[in-house]
Structure formats: structure tokens, C-alpha cells
Design a protein around this ligand. Sequence first.
Ligand code: GDP
Length: 455
Amino acid sequence: MKSSTIAAISTAMMNGGISVVRMSGDKVFDIADKIFQSVNDKIPSKMKGYTCAFGHIVFGGEILDECVLTVFRSPKSYTGEDMVEISCHGGVYVTQQVLRACLMSGAELALAGEFTKRAFLNGKMDLTRAEAVIDIISADSENELKYANSLHEGALSRRIDTISTELTKILGDLAAWADFPEEDLPELDDNMLKKRLSDVLDDISQLVSTYDYGKIIRNGVDTVIVGKPNVGKSTLMNNLSGFERSIVSEFAGTTRDAVEESIRLGNVTLRLSDTAGMHSTDDYVEGVGVKIAEKKLENAELVLAVFDYSRPLDDEDNELLYKIMNKNTIIVINKTDCECRLDIDIFKDKFENIVEISASNNEGINALTELIEKMFSMGKVNFSNGIIANQRQWICAVNAKNALENAKIASDDNMTYDILTVLIEEAAGEIAKLKGESLSENVVNEVFSRFCVGK
Ligand code: GDP
């Protein structure tokens, strides 16, 4: 199939040692022959794949730069098409001049993600692997990179393939029995069919649940700091984030809104909100802050509930204890530098995670951060099993799970094989979409529009 020839700068637009200008498409060698002069008479169109030549980019009779040109021949290239990569000096201006020479000689400027989109359309990688490319580029922690690499290496694809193969086998058995009853095929064992449906439903359900891990790795842990006014929430937040972000004051009710901060503790990123103290108030603005705090508490993946070591629990503290009872909570007892007036045993019966700190003296903060790291370190996540990476994939997996749940109900109710077939086909279709098969052009364009130009 004929394809237009695209070109783009693949490295960052800043001065550096080396920049790479990349071209892909049918005319790359015509263009490269025009603009590249090798020092030892190598001609790009005659060069073998995976070889390179040293020379100059020449345009309009002028040498623009010294460079190394590497040749990739279809289908053994990133995009699956003929490709050339020009490694030139890493100045922004000179790199732009090299790109301009490619464009003036017949290439078109590549759109965002167009190289990877071509790789996908040419069958070099399925959509889950292509999507992982963007995650590798934007990864900024060890876990994010491990996770993106496992996706790119095909862990999720393999997991999807196993599910898809089993669904196809079940559909095949149903079709054989329904379409060729006269062939004397062994009757389908209903119990066995139910067991197979149930097993594959378990697999899909487990796959759906991995989205939460992915979300935590990519977006961080949604964390909220709650507690009565003046217990030291803002001081703790500032302590964790390393600089003054919330307003610390000795007057109750100073933090009226939710203040948010993204902080990294080892391999865990917390999306941390310090909130207005949870208490009843007549002040309208403060009341809005309290409502925001309650909403944040409801949705939080981790609650840091702060209590004051120097005061006994009162009704407001007890109300808060009730609200956080079934949440993923760490009880943070602050102001341990003061005299103790708090009955700590009350917490011990109800909560597993209790840490004593003095936020203003920076004491106990290490124990707190170590505990958080332990709770969310993802040490138990096996990346090589494949993890759902984004919302698009998650929606497909959930749709497949719903269709299969309906199939299981239909099978338990002894409905006809025709009905079962329709429902299992629906699940198989969603699993295929997860991999990027039979997706509309709009969806594919949407996926690649998130990429940078040159990738
Ligand atoms: P918030 O209303 O819960 O956000 O509380 P703040 O962080 O604004 O702190 C309220 C007051 O308690 C301030 O005067 C802080 O300096 C003080 N405070 C915070 N942490 C500690 C601590 O560990 N020990 C002592 N003695 N005072 C603290």
C-alpha cells in the first residue's frame, strides 16, 4: 500500500548533543538521496537495512550539518515502512533546518503520534502496546516505567489473547453443536460449559480489577488529610510536601478550601489534599470547605486522620472516627512533643495503622512515610501478568465482563445456545476492541492524538 512520506524531529526541542530527524514512507530514499552526501560515496537508496553512513545534509547547494544517516527497510522498521533517521547536531535551529530540507524535498510534516499510528496500522504492534509507548515516554518513576514496559513488551496482549482464545473455543463448540446436529457430535456437557464460562469470567473480572493498580501507578494515590481544626493538618501537609503550601495558623478554621499537592514517597505518589477541618460551622465559606472535605473523604483511597495528642477526644473527633471507620485509614496522632491527654488505646481496637508524630518538630514523619510506602508499594503487583492501562481499555474489559455475566445467567437459566452465542460473541468483540481490532478510525485517531510529534 502506498503511503505518504512523513518527517519530524523525534528528540526534544532544546539544545543538546544530538538530535534525530525521522522520516517514514515510500519516498524516504528518494528524499535522502537528494539531501544526503556521504563522505565515502554511500547512497541511501542502495544501503541495506540497519546500516548507517556518515556525511552531510546539503540543501540548496549549502552544507546544513554533519550527520549520521541510518537506514531501515520495510518491514523491519518501527513503522513497518521504509525509514531513515538522521542524527545531526543537537541545536534547535540546525535540527529545524535539517527537517526543513526533508520537507522541501517531498516529505510532509508528521502529525502527533503518526509514526506509532503507522506501526499499529501496519500490524507492528497492537493498540495496547502502542498505547504503552506514550506511557514509557511520560513515566517518571520506577513503577511507572516497569508497568509501561510490561505493556509494551506485550504482557497485556498475552493476557487478552488467552481470554480471546477461550471465548473463540467456546463459540466454536456452540456453533458445531447448533449448526451440525446431524453430525453425531458428542453432546455439549452443560456443566462443563458453565464451568468454562465461569473460569473465563473470573479471568476477565481479575483483568478489570487491575485497572486500580494502573490508576494508582499513573495518577497517584488519592489521599486526604482530615481532622478537627488546629490538630496540625496543614503542618503535616507542609512537612510531607517539603515546603509551605497550606496556611498554618493558630486560629481554628484557617484552611477553608482543599489544598492539593502531588508528592512522591519512594515509589509511591500521593495526590494529597489538606482540607478544611471537619466540624460544624456557621461560617458559609468555611461550611463549603467542610462539604468539600467530606466529598474528598468519601472518594479517597487513603485517609490520614489527624488527632491531637495534647487533648482528649471530643464529640467532633468521635464523629470523624465513625466516618473513617471503613476507609483505608492511617491514624496520625500529632503533637507528641506536648503532654499526653489523649486515650490512645481507643484507636488500637479499631485501627491497624497508627503513627505518632510531632509535625512541627519533624518527628515520626519517616515512620509515617515508610508505612504509606509499604501500603502502596505495589510490591505484590506482577507486572508481567498484564495490567489494564487506561480508561479506553477498562471500558472494553467492563463491557466484556457484563456480556459474559449475562451469558452465565443465560446458561444457568438453560436458555438456548443461540442466545448464549450472541452474548459470548459480544464479549469476544469487546476483547478484540481492547486490543485495537475493529476500532473506528475516530477512536484510533483519538488514541494517537495524545502522542508527541516525532513518535
Ligand atoms: P490545622 O488547622 O489542622 O491545619 O492545624 P495547623 O497545621 O494550622 O496547626 C495548628 C497549630 O498547631 C499551629 O500553631 C501549629 O504550629 C501547631 N502544631 C502543629 N503541629 C504541631 C506539633 O507537632 N506540636 C506542637 N506543639 N504544635 C503543633
